[in-house]
Ligand binder design. Structure first.
Ligand code: SF4
Ligand code: SF4
Length: 94
């Protein structure tokens, strides 16, 4: 099943980067080392896509801020993974 957001954006099939939504919320997003921030590129696409405001950024001096997932807010919906240009977001069991 796809989320309402995915439907409205015309994304009707899950990709390898974005596993299907787990409606039970038994998994959490995890941001890996391929995130653009580690290459010092400013990107906030995942946070913009997260309706739970579960992705926060930690500022670094003279470098792009690093994103992290707040595990108490993440529902495992996968909206962040759909928009990540680097395929940096995977999921782990909660
Ligand atoms: S969308 Fe992907 S590349 Fe961009 S900040 Fe989030 S995890 Fe990093
Ligand atoms: S899986 Fe959903 S709730 Fe969790 S960080 Fe990504 S967009 Fe936010």
């Amino acid at each position: 099943m796809i989320s309402r957001r995915q439907f409205l954006q015309g994304r009707f099939a899950p990709s390898a980067k974005a596993p299907p939504t787990d409606e039970k919320g038994q998994r959490l997003a995890r941001i890996g080392a391929s995130c653009a921030a580690w290459s010092n590129q400013v990107c906030r696409l995942c946070a913009d896509a997260c309706k739970e405001h579960a992705i926060v950024f930690s500022p670094r001096p003279m470098a792009a801020a690093l994103p992290a997932v707040k595990t108490d807010k993440c529902t495992g919906c996968s909206d962040c993974a759909w928009v990540c240009p680097e395929g940096a977001i995977s999921f782990v069991d909660a």
